[in-house]
Design a protein around this ligand. Structure first.
Ligand code: WTA
Length: 676
């Protein structure tokens, strides 16, 4: 491989700043190439070395990585470090306190939605809180292997409880606290969780949300379906309501079910601050995290202990070039994979100091992010393109009020970043000094798979650049043939790395069908990708029926199912339309039943329906009345045509297979110009 940018002088390439290279873990491009080569040619030696950083109660027997990706041969599986015994909570807490002497180091600077809510938590304090919570969970009956549903806002208790589960060998299933009661119920039932953790309420900006009520409704849904497995619901009194004797029970009118509900304070505060870790097998489950499925039903992506620990730890160390004096801040919510891997496990495994932020970027003012960077002297900052585009709208004035000179590396994740947003991030936020690491990965990959390393990789705005150690990307054409050199097609992986998913919870068939069936022998990401002449990868977006709204994946089928639940709707088809801040947004076509009228109040009802079924992130931006949908003669909806209509593209492509071409004319004449 040549050094990128040398062949084409016109292409914009940004080289790593000299000062970063002085003490970087991977100080130049050649070091990256060497390490990468080793990771691919001698994976056993490579990962054995990484494993030495951690504590193993028992060592693995035999070969570290074992797998089968060929669905036509036998069952698809991945195993890493079989035979080894460890505990991930022990490794990210006790090991730091006892072996690395980091007990007094700050693990988290927590800042609430309101800037005056702050808490500093050291590694030894974190360990004690986690042990207390672990003991409380045990007392509530949680045992090794049980699933625990966690529906909490970004408060320290969220970190305590996930690590407490890991400590006692329970499997956490965290549900983003912006999901609706039905989405929560669906996830609780799928994993048959025995305990639910939630909070009384939370402020998001100025909006008060009654989480306990949503949690109660979720349990009610489970009961109605005859699938209520939750026996106890532990409720955290939110920090915002603890001050000034502010009683949330009154404010939120929290209903209390004495048989099931337990206050966190009462269960946890008096529990012992010592709790022996449960020694787990390397391949025991660590957590389930749901992600949208193309059939509309969310899939419980399963990750296991040892591989996930090593992979999140190593990616964090290299991708953010972590050093002990860094202050790192990832703005994601722990309810998503980015939070699991790069707020909790990866940073803690490295003994990092992080900012844990509950709020939103524009409350109480649009400079909130920059204020926090100045306040905590953040050096490594990780956010999403949608947040960058939102903040770009306010110009550079809010930035100029703050001292951002502590910043060293800027990261982005969640969707392709448009070069304009990349440049603003680089020039305005990073003042031209900080490399932008555009990290491509998925809930399923566990950690970064395509990413630059800040002191080693020349950057091209909009490209996730090159593979991380141990990752072998391949581009296939429609026929499953491997394409060499410059090419565009399906992004797949031929071999596993330690952090890849191990399955879909309780559903091997769905696991194989979704990821391994289309091209036997490969893990299929579902993303399109282009490789340029320098070997750089450019993600072109999803090529299945998924949408990426503000970095969150939604399936069109999921939204269509919500719309057709409304009594007025006969049929619905949902496509994506580009959106200046969210990246993509939902454009919905609905065919009404006879004699039903399409009007504003119906549109509001439909939006409410989607919010109730899925959550506010799925709220449609456009709803168009569709007296008929463009279908093939076999009855398949031609989404390609709908997508063009939604985007106001004049060229609708080949319409010869349409059963009734007139349908398209009607849709074109009625398309929505402005958001509903
Ligand atoms: C998209 C989030 C381009 C992609 C970690 C992927 C990206 C999906 C990038 C996974 C990026 C994520 N560039 N696209 N840097 N990062 N994506 O599971 O379509 O919530 O398949 O994981 O987001 O979303 P998920």
């Amino acid at each position: 491989m040549v050094v990128p940018g040398q062949q084409n002088q016109e292409e914009k390439v940004f080289y790593p700043p000299e000062d970063l290279r002085v003490d970087a873990h991977v100080p130049d491009f050649n070091s990256y190439l060497e390490l990468y080569k080793k990771s691919i040619e001698e994976p056993e030696a490579f990962w054995r070395e990484v494993a030495q950083e951690f504590y193993w109660k028992e060592l693995p027997n035999g070969q570290l990585l074992q797998y089968n990706f060929d669905v036509t041969k036998e069952k698809v599986y991945v195993k890493f470090m079989e035979g080894a015994k460890t505990n991930i909570c022990y490794n990210v807490l006790d090991h730091n306190v006892l072996t690395r002497n980091l007990g007094e180091k700050v693990a988290y600077h927590w800042e609430g939605n309101s800037p005056d809510l702050r808490l500093t938590i050291t590694y030894s304090q974190l360990l004690k809180q986690v042990c207390r919570c672990a003991n409380a969970l045990k007392k509530l009956g949680v045992k090794k292997g049980d699933r625990v549903a966690i529906y909490l806002p970004m408060i320290p208790e969220l970190v305590y409880s996930m690590l407490a589960c890991a400590r006692i060998g329970a499997v956490h299933s965290i549900v983003f606290a912006g999901f609706s009661s039905e989405s929560l119920a669906e996830r609780i039932m799928d994993a048959q969780c025995s305990i639910l953790l939630t909070a009384d309420g939370v402020y998001r900006g100025e909006k008060l949300i009654n989480l306990k009520q949503i949690a109660d409704e979720a349990l009610e849904h489970c009961r109605e379906k005859g699938l209520l497995t939750v026996q106890k619901c532990m409720v955290v009194k939110h920090h915002a309501f603890r001050i000034n004797g502010n009683d949330t029970c009154n404010k939120l009118q929290t209903l209390w079910n004495a048989e099931c509900d337990v206050w966190w304070d009462e269960a946890v505060d008096n529990a012992s601050e010592e709790c022996d870790p449960e020694w787990m097998d390397a391949e025991d489950p660590l957590f389930v995290l749901y992600t949208s499925g193309s059939t509309g039903k969310p899939k419980g992506v399963l990750h296991t202990i040892a591989g996930y620990l090593l992979y999140t730890s190593l990616t964090f160390k290299y991708v953010f070039d972590h050093h002990q004096d860094d202050v790192y801040w990832c703005t994601a919510d722990i309810g998503w994979i980015t939070g699991h891997s790069y707020i909790t496990y990866g940073p803690l495994a490295n003994g990092a100091t992080s900012v844990l932020f509950e709020g939103i970027p524009v409350y109480p003012h649009v400079g909130r992010f920059w204020e926090i960077i100045e306040k905590y002297r953040v050096s490594k900052f990780y956010t999403a393109p949608t947040a960058i585009r939102l903040l770009m709208k306010y110009g550079i004035e809010p930035l100029q009020k703050y001292d951002l000179s502590s910043l060293r590396v800027l990261g982005t994740v969640g969707e392709p970043i448009n070069p304009e947003a990349w440049m603003w991030y680089h020039d305005a936020v990073g003042q031209g000094r900080c490399p932008v690491v555009d990290t491509f990965w998925q809930t399923e990959t566990g950690g970064h798979v395509l990413t630059p390393l800040p002191a080693a990789t020349p950057l091209k705005p909009g490209s996730a650049t090159l593979p991380f150690f141990g990752v072998l990307p391949i581009i296939l054409n429609e026929h499953g043939e491997e394409l060499e050199g410059e090419a565009e097609g399906y992004l797949v992986f031929k071999k596993p790395w330690p952090g890849i998913m191990r399955g879909v919870y309780g559903n091997q068939e769905c696991f194989e069908n979704t990821y391994f069936k289309k091209f036997p022998g490969f893990y299929v990401t579902g993303d399109g990708c282009r490789r340029d002449k320098d070997g750089y990868y450019w993600i072109t977006g999803r090529i299945d029926d998924m949408l990426n709204v503000s970095g969150h994946l939604l399936s069109t089928a999921e939204v269509e199912a919500a719309l057709t639940e409304h009594s007025a709707v006969a049929e619905a088809a949902v496509v994506s339309r580009p959106h200046i801040v969210k990246g993509e947004c939902l454009y919905c076509f609905v065919t009404l039943k006879d004699f039903r009228e399409f009007n504003h109040s119906l549109m509001d009802e439909l939006k409410r329906k989607v919010r109730e079924k899925i959550g506010p992130i799925a709220t449609p931006d456009f709803i168009q009345n569709a007296p008929g949908l463009p279908k093939t003669r076999s009855g398949k909806i031609m989404r390609r045509v709908l997508r063009q209509i939604a985007r106001n593209e004049k060229d609708l492509g080949d319409l010869s297979t349409l059963a009734d071409p007139k349908v398209v004319e009607v849709l074109l004449s009625q398309r929505c110009e402005a958001a509903a």
